[in-house]
Design a protein around this ligand. Sequence first.
Ligand code: AMP
Length: 194
Amino acid sequence: MLNFIITGAPGCGKGTQSQLLEQKYGLKHFSTGDALRAEIASGSALGKEIDGILAAGNLVSDDFMIKLIGNFIDTLPTSCKGFILDGFPRTIVQAYALTQLFEQKQIKAYLLHIMVDEPEVVKRILKRGESSGRADDNLESIKHRLKVYHEQTAPICRYYLARNNYFVVNGNFEVEETFAQIDMLTALLQHAEQ
Ligand code: AMP
């Protein structure tokens, strides 16, 4: 199995690049943001509870997110070639929990950080907001999400760097150029895994 944890600021292209990786390498893409938005769209009681949290650009509780990921890992089919976790971990507490979960299950995953300059991510999210219908794709939420990212999520990069498990690509380019870097890295890692 070849597994990735994909991270980076909101709007860095995690979802787009994960989809390309999924298509080319058959890795299962799991986006926590998409899973939460589907819960909200279902109109469930839980969805109603988390709706305001997402719209404001805040984070859903670690406990809830850790259960969500545990469930994803537990239900992976045995035929799975690997997975891409997109949007998790987003806090150091989640990173510790994921390390524990992986240790129990004897799973290895590489952290892939898509680094993009801040004015570029703001521009991209505002553009996405014209058609995404996402309640958090507006300037106020973006500024708050970036603050949350710097305070709570960026430290996970140091956590993986300290464990010798950190790869970074420059995501300031067009989709294809960014994917070319990820593609090369994935091919190398796949080769190393064999
Ligand atoms: P995303 O689609 O990755 O930009 O995520 C959208 C929103 O979902 C975030 O702003 C958070 O409110 C919530 N979310 C997604 N992943 C997590 C996570 N791992 N921990 C807490 N909240 C999350």
